[in-house]
Design a protein around this ligand. Structure first.
Ligand SMILES: O=P(O)(O)O[C@H]1[C@H](O)[C@@H](O)[C@H](O)[C@H](O)[C@@H]1OP(=O)(O)O
Length: 913
């Protein structure tokens, strides 16, 4: 029977290159046999090599630059598939390879599968196609390795004609424990004992969601890619690095949920506009035009949602699709980039960065700039041009939306509590009556409170004047004139709009009427409360009398039947509902009238701007939800973090690499608004009731709540406050430093103030977060808390760097990222597509962390950086996006990059992006 083995990872780290190469297979379980046909889950295929002497080069005029190519010959296919390569090690006959090779979990490896290791000498790696010459190769059958004595093969590395021996390769199968022991082996100077890199297994579940195989994380992360490296530390030990990258189903799930909410919100708003009642012709025509435009927009959202509903396949949007209309709500190239470090004598550490294209409206384009500019320009125009409508500030428009949302939320709630009260009355249940009354009172108080706003009062007046034939005997300026009322008078109060004389005039506007209607709700609630008190009191008395064998007890019983309580409360409850209905109608209409002004003043631009903002927000939100869920899973056992989460909130730090020149300046303007809009988002963690762990989104444009579902076992780990549904706040901050040739142009001939302003504003936000953090968190709470002073210093340093206005000051990014990590925040890195510049930046960040936190040997810093860029997850990201293993940089671009952002030779060039 043919055995089907899953070799999850093949790691090749080859030191001493061609003489001797050892390959290790490591199994997950302590036992497996190859006679079974089920999938064997092998953790490691580990390539290890001692030093190589007498390496045979084709010519002796130059030193060898070598790499190993790993190919697989599948038993059924007889085709050799090129699978993976190590990095190139230059100028030595004793190369030390640091890069591993991985097989994904679904990769089929059989007993009969052959693995071929070919060694090449690279002549010129700067060319598009690396010019190389063959040095030698060897092939082994997986079964031979597994069945071999001591699970080790010694193979000869031969020239292509099979004639000449150029070295030997040792292949070993290693059990997990042996590997772990090996990990801490010191590196000796004796090349014979040098051990090299490995690639470790990465299954969809275990690789990223950890050993517990967390279903709530597996539901979100898909298609993981995993690479492993082993790098020397400064004290000559080995550290093991697992680099992982995964896409997320949230790329599509979040935008779909959000568009659904927009549709509901806009349908409701359109209905509210229709329900405004009779209006004078000027306003009526305005309303018709607004509704027509809004309906058009609505159907556009519906079409987009329908298109997204058809989408199947991969859960990420590639860089090539960034301009596609149907995908405009989807974030570009959203991935989790994770580095897992096992270093000797130190605790394992995880470093996560979410990489995503800058949230921006690519389909709409950037000819007129991005949201930051467009919104303020629009607002200024709306304020200054003589539209035939009333100007309400953005704050007041937002307030109107809030009032409407409160009405829509509270009215049905109060109504159902009132029904519950009647129900309790009919059951003659004192306890339940008390409870229902408590709930009813609480909600009604909230309701009354919701309308205590001057805006409602002034909008009622404005609406009154917009009714056919309205007239004001004197300019009715309500008490406490507000900003919009000032504007209202300034810009043409509706009452000042000329009307035809034939329109019949209404009686004078009664300013006090609203107060009366509004107060009636409170009064009718008081009547209900008084009645309930009386009923309960009588009930008490009657039961006491009953206990005393009072002869009139029988009468009382008749008097206090369920029906009686109900009958006495019923008319009062109906009055309460009626009063509330009266308030709702007036308040809804007045607020809808405010919204009508907002829309009418800027048609159709305001709808296009709303669309643009929705698109950008959708992309930003998808990333944030992904970042939050991952952070929650990694921090679930960290009590300090959980406390920070509910007492302070979560810091979310974005690193932007966009230039402030041409189109990218527009992208940055979009991105800045999209990220700032994330302040409107709060998270809530709930216990999952089914196997569907995807987050649930509720709310409206001004305020969203994301409910993240956790399985019961994990939910149990949360602090009580979070379990009780406390809303968790987000603190997004963005720091941008353009690094490419376009930024050089911006610095020389253009303008960098956009970047400077963004960095300055966000520094203030970061400082605010830090202040909150120090005020609310106990001093010993966080693992990094002892670094309190460091943090202060880092913030000061960041401040100075931002003030310094130095060109391409990438120190800003490093400082902001370090502060974020120390404050337990979520890290994001973004450029246009999150493919090229982002890859340079995250790999640099990874290696810098290894150097600063894990004692990466200083001589290996550049080597490690090159390994990650050449063979790591990010080149796979490029491949996923553009089907080509080349970072899309040309020489001119690279020359403009800060030094450590340049990829190794041979990894960049023309790519069709
Ligand atoms: O991932 P990016 O860095 O945004 O990719 C850029 C790349 O930096 C640039 O050199 C190249 O000319 C392309 O513009 C890339 O953008 P794409 O969005 O086209 O991948």
């Amino acid at each position: 029977m043919r055995t089907h083995i899953h070799i999850l990872e093949l790691m090749s780290l080859w030191h001493g290159a061609l003489q001797k190469l050892q390959v290790f297979l490591v199994e997950t379980k302590s036992q497996f046999t190859f006679s079974q046909s089920f999938l064997l889950r092998i953790l490691f295929l580990f390539v290890l090599s001692p030093a190589c002497k007498d390496l045979v080069a084709a010519t002796r005029d130059r030193k060898l630059n070598t790499f190993i190519q790993v190919s697989v010959l599948h038993p059924a296919e007889h085709i050799l598939t090129r699978y993976s390569s190590t990095e190139i090690v230059e100028g030595t006959k004793d190369p030390l390879f640091l890069t591993g090779v991985t097989f994904p979990p679904e990769y089929p490896i059989y007993e009969e599968t052959k693995i071929k290791l070919t060694v090449y000498d690279v002549k010129d790696k700067s060319q598009d196609t690396v010019s190389r010459s063959f040095l030698g190769c060897t092939t082994f059958r997986v079964a031979d390795l597994v069945k071999s004595k001591e699970q080790q093969l010694t193979l000869t590395l031969k020239t292509s004609d099979g004639g000449k021996t150029v070295g030997t390769i040792e292949v070993n199968l290693v059990k997990m424990g042996e590997l772990e022991d090996g990990e801490t082996d010191p590196i000796t100077t004796d090349a014979q004992d040098q051990k090299c890199a490995l690639v470790r297994e990465c299954t969809a579940t275990e690789g990223i969601s950890g050993k517990d195989n967390l279903p709530s994380l597996s539901a979100v992360l898909k298609n993981p890619i995993c690479k492993l490296y082993r790098f020397p530390t400064s004290d000559n030990k080995w550290m093991r690095i697992r680099e992982q990258m995964a896409e997320t189903t949230l790329s599509f799930h979040v935008p779909k949920e959000l568009i659904n909410l927009h549709i509901k919100e806009d349908m409701r708003r359109n209905q509210e506009l229709k329900d405004l009642g009779e209006l004078a012709p000027h306003w009526d025509n305005m309303r018709k035009s607004v509704i027509a435009h809004c309906d058009q927009m609505l159907s556009m959202y519906q079409d987009t949602l329908a298109e997204l509903g058809k989408h199947t396949g991969s859960s990420f949007k590639s860089s090539c699709s960034k301009g596609e209309k149907t995908l405009e709500f989807i974030p570009i190239n959203l991935h989790l980039q994770r580095m897992h470090v096992h270093s000797p004598q130190l605790k394992d550490s995880l470093y996560d960065v979410i990489t995503v294209g800058a949230p921006a409206a690519h389909f709409q384009g950037f000819k007129n700039g991005g949201l930051r500019k467009l919104l303020s320009k629009f607002e200024a125009e709306r304020r200054n041009t003589g539209y035939q409508c009333i100007y309400y500030s953005p704050e007041n428009t937002a307030k109107a939306k809030e009032v409407l949302s409160n009405i829509n939320h509270l009215q049905p709630l109060i109504s159902s509590h009132a029904d519950l009260l009647l129900n309790s009355a009919s059951q003659h249940s004192p306890d339940s009556l008390k409870n229902s009354l408590k709930m009813l009172s609480e909600k009604t108080e909230l309701f009354v409170h919701a309308f205590k706003d001057q805006l409602v009062r002034s909008a009622l007046l404005a609406l009154y004047t917009a009714r056919p034939g309205s007239v004001l005997k004197k300019p009715a300026v309500p008490r406490n004139t507000t900003e919009e009322e000032g504007d209202l008078q300034h810009q043409g109060h509706p009452s000042q709009i000329k009307r035809q004389d034939s329109i019949p005039h209404h009686s004078e506007y009664d300013e006090e009427e609203w107060d009366r209607v509004w107060a009636n709700v409170g009064k009718s609630l008081n009547c209900v409360i008084a009645m309930v008190d009386r009923l309960l009191e009588k009930d008490n008395v009657s039961s006491t009398k009953e206990g005393e064998n009072d002869p009139s007890a029988a009468d009382c019983k008749v008097f206090h039947t369920g029906g009686d309580w109900y009958e006495q409360l019923y008319p009062l409850v109906i009055t309460l509902k009626d009063c509330m209905g009266e308030v709702v109608t007036r308040a809804k209409q007045s607020m809808a009238f405010v919204l009508l002004q907002e829309l009418a003043c800027g048609l159709p631009q305001c709808l296009m701007l709303t669309l643009r903002r929705d698109i950008v927000f959708s992309q930003a939100l998808a990333g944030l939800v992904c970042g939050f869920i991952i952070k929650l899973h990694t921090g679930l056992h960290d009590q300090g973090f959980l406390q920070q989460l509910h007492t302070v909130g979560l810091l979310v730090q974005y690193e932007g690499l966009l230039s402030t020149y041409s189109e990218e300046a527009g992208m940055l303007e979009d991105m800045a608004v999209g990220i700032s809009d994330l302040q409107k988002v709060m998270f809530k963690i709930i216990e999952a009731k089914s196997e569907d762990f995807l987050p649930i989104i509720t709310g409206r444009r001004e305020h969203y709540v994301i409910e993240v579902q956790l399985p019961a076992k994990m939910f149990e780990l949360l602090p009580q406050e979070i379990k009780e549904g406390k809303l968790l706040r987000m603190y997004p901050v963005l720091f941008n430093v353009g690094i490419n040739e376009q930024q050089t142009l911006a610095e020389r001939f253009g303008d960098t103030t956009l970047q400077e302003n963004i960095n300055q504003e966000n520094l203030e936000l970061l400082k605010e977060y830090y202040k909150l953090f120090t005020e609310k968190m106990p001093p010993d709470c966080l693992p990094h808390f002892q670094e309190q002073n460091d943090l202060k210093g880092l913030l000061e340093n960041l401040h100075q760097n931002i003030q310094a206005k130095k060109r391409k000051n990438v120190e800003i990014m490093w400082l902001a990222a370090t502060i974020c990590r120390k404050l337990n925040g979520v890290r994001f890195t973004c450029c246009k597509s999150a493919k090229d510049r982002t890859s340079m930046s995250v790999t640099l960040e990874q290696c810098s962390i290894l150097r600063d936190e894990h004692q990466l040997h200083k001589d290996f810093f550049i080597r490690a950086l090159d390994c990650m860029r050449r063979e790591g997850c990010r080149i796979e990201n490029v491949l996923k996006n553009v089907k080509c293993r080349k970072y899309a940089f040309n020489m001119i671009q690279l020359m403009a990059f800060p030094k450590y952002y340049r990829p190794p030779e041979g990894t960049y060039g023309k790519a069709d992006t």
